[in-house]
Every structure is written in structure tokens, then in C-alpha cells.
Design a protein around this ligand. Structure first.
Ligand code: KG4
Ligand code: ZN
Length: 342
């Protein structure tokens, strides 16, 4: 038996068919990068409209690729109901409900942030729980004590921008396209990470697992364009300057993430860190986490790159709920905000 998982929390319309042994029979992602690129960030209404166009083709794609017969082969339909952009969430949830009615299947509501961490479970026999879960994405930068797939405690997170948002906005200052993370990484590979002395907010404060990235973003802006209100999109930066700033920013952001991840392991006494979310694709982050955790004899699990950015395969967490009979009524609402008690 299989699950059809649907993911439309932000700007990717994704579907997947996953069997009970967490084998992926089909996966499809329609990216909206081209829709949002000229705005250098996600425009919520355009995202919702693009989901509306893409959702049926994406469902049809995984049905035909997997060759399953929905009425016979599906145990349930899973959909991310939280957190995310309201208009985007509504499209996926409405589609999932309609398919539940048409095929007489139960609905499983899943939490997108938990699904990002659960991406580390795919392809592994042993349970990843208990662990510290770290979601580093365009919308979230949160640490959790994950006791089990059903019991998560919020430990701390960004008090302003998500780290991916900072990558995206710094990339705009450096004249790059959206999404900015991969562009910053590329520029940084030929830059000097010590060229600019950028702040690492809250890093020296061991009393909190909270993080902050907006000051780092502003510091980049002041270094590049001064403190005035001029329009930085009019500036053309010298290539070496852009590369050095990309490397300096990337190093500062990674230092903040590694520092708080290690503190979370210290505080909880846990020996395993699981990282998911788009920023976890970042090579420097992966290398630095690996080095630092090896020193502390902790296990590091990072989702494979294709499962870090938004996808529906991580909706495999639905099987954990199905095992306990945790279905949702077809009246279930979306929950756009992050529930810190999650
Ligand atoms: O998980 P995701 O696809 O969407 C959200 O749930 O937010 O994450 C997207 C974020 C974007 O901010 C993007 O710039 C960032 O992940 N990202 C990266 C890299 N690849 C994607 N950030 C840093 N380095 C990368 N290589
Ligand atoms: Zn995400």
C-alpha cells in the first residue's frame, strides 16, 4: 500500500508516492523560480496561482510514473497543512481533500517543518529518534528536541529572518538571481571569507538557542553601500568584492548555525543531530557541521540535497501517523504560523 503526499507550503508544487517501507515510487516537483525571480523573492499571490496551475499535473505525473491504482493502492492522502504561506497551503489542502472524497481515502495532515527533519529518516533502517532536529530553510531556522516522530519540543530559533531569507537578500545585494543560496555558494568558492568582519549575533550568548540573521544582513548592506538610503540595485559591484562578501557572509551565517546546533546538543545531552531544509544543501555548512560534531563524537545526519529543498517525499512522515491511526477530518484548517509547541 502507498501514500500520496502533497506539498504546497511555499513556492514548490510537489507530489510523491511512497510505500509502507518508505520506498519512493515516484516524486515530482514543479519549481516556481521563474515566476518569482524578477521580484527577487516569493510573491505569495503568484505562488498560490502557480500551485493552482501545477497541482493537478503534478498529481497525474506521480500516478502515471508509479503505475499505482489510487482506489486500490492508496492507504491515505497526506498533505502539509502547516506552516507556510496561507494561499499556497490552501491549494494543496483543498486538492488533497477533494481526492480523499473522490477516492474514499483518509486524510493525514502533516507539519512541513517536521517533514524537513524526517527527510533524514529516508533510506535508513534505524530510527533517527531521539535527536536534535534543525530546520534551516528560506522560511525557518528552528531547533527541536525530537523525542519521537510524535513528540517534538521547540528549543529555539530565529527571532527575525530565517537564514535562507538572509542568503536570498544578500544575493540580491550582490546582483544575483532568486533563490540566492546557490548563488552565494558559487561566488563564495572564489572569495576570501576573512575579507569582511561581519557580526555573529547571539553566538556568544550560551543562555539561548535563539538566533538572529537580520543584523548580519544589514551589516552586509552597510559594508557594501554605506548607511545611506540609496538604491543598491543601481550599484554594480566589482566581481572580487562580490565574491569576498559572499564568502564572508556565508562563513558568518554558517558559524551561527554550527554554534547553536552544538549548544542544543550540549543542553539536551543528545548525541545525534538531524538537519533538513534548503540551506542544508550548502557545502560549507555540511563540512563545518561534520568537523565540529566529529570532535564531540556526535552523529550527524543531513538529508540528501534533493530532499533538503521542498519536496513531497519527506511527506513519508505520514506513515508514522497512519501507524497510530492519526487521521484528520476533512474539515481540517491550515495553520500558516509556526506553532512553537510543535
Ligand atoms: O526548504 P526550502 O526549499 O524552502 C523553504 O521551506 O523555505 O529552502 C529554500 C531556501 C532558499 O532560501 C535558498 O536560497 C536556500 O534554501 N538554499 C541555499 C542553498 N540552496 C538553497 N542556501 C545556502 N546554500 C545553498 N547551496
Ligand atoms: Zn521547506
Amino acid at each position: 500500500m502507498c501514500v500520496l503526499a502533497i506539498e504546497t507550503t511555499c513556492d514548490e508544487t510537489a507530489t510523491a508516492i511512497i510505500d509502507r517501507d518508505l520506498r519512493v515510487l515516484a516524486s515530482a516537483v514543479a519549481s516556481q523560480e521563474r515566476v518569482h525571480d524578477r521580484f527577487r523573492g516569493v510573491v505569495p499571490e503568484l505562488a498560490a496561482r502557480a500551485h493552482l496551475e501545477n497541482i493537478v499535473p503534478m498529481v497525474e505525473k506521480v500516478l502515471s510514473e508509479s503505475g499505482i491504482e489510487p482506489v486500490d493502492d492508496l492507504s491515505a492522502i497526506a498533505v502539509a497543512t502547516e506552516p507556510g504561506l496561507p494561499g499556497s497551503l490552501i491549494v494543496g489542502v483543498a486538492a488533497a481533500k477533494a481526492l480523499c472524497v473522490a477516492w474514499k481515502k483518509p486524510l493525514v495532515a502533516i507539519n512541513h517543518v517536521q517533514a524537513h527533519i524526517y527527510a533524514c529518516q529516508l533510506g535508513r533502517k534505524e530510527s533517527i529518534f531521539p535527536c536534535v532536529g534543525f530546520v534551516v530553510s528560506g522560511g525557518h531556522t528552528n531547533l527541536y528536541h525530537c523525542h519521537s516522530p510524535h513528540h517534538w519540543k521547540y528549543l529555539g530559533g530565529t527571532i527575525d529572518d530565517a537564514v535562507g531569507e538572509a542568503f536570498d537578500k544578500v544575493a540580491v545585494m550582490l546582483g544575483q538571481t532568486y533563490p540566492g543560496g546557490p548563488q552565494i555558494s558559487r561566488l563564495a568558492s572564489t572569495g576570501n571569507a576573512r575579507a569582511f568582519d561581519l557580526p555573529r549575533p547571539l553566538v556568544s550568548d550560551r543562555s539561548t538557542l535563539n538566533m538572529s540573521f537580520s543584523g548580519l544582513k544589514t551589516a552586509v548592506r552597510y559594508h557594501l553601500f554605506g548607511t545611506g538610503k540609496q538604491d543598491f540595485s543601481a550599484h554594480v559591484l566589482k566581481p572580487q568584492l562580490a565574491e569576498d562578501m559572499a564568502a564572508s557572509f556565508q562563513q558568518a551565517a554558517v558559524d551561527c548555525l554550527v554554534n547553536k546546533a552544538k549548544l542544543a546538543l550540549d543542553i539536551t545531552g543528545l548525541k545525534r543531530l538531524c538537519i533538513g531544509g534548503g540551506v542544508a544543501v550548502n557545502t560549507l555548512l555540511r563540512q563545518q557541521m561534520q568537523q565540529e560534531l566529529a570532535q564531540d563524537s556526535c552523529d550527524l545526519l543531513i538529508a540528501p540535497p534533493e530532499l533538503c529543498t521542498d519536496n513531497a517525499v519527506m511527506g513519508a512522515i505520514a506513515w508514522e501517523k497512519i501507524a497510530r491511526g492519526e487521521y484528520s477530518p476533512l474539515t481540517v484548517d491550515i495553520q500558516p504560523g509556526l506553532l512553537r509547541g510543535a
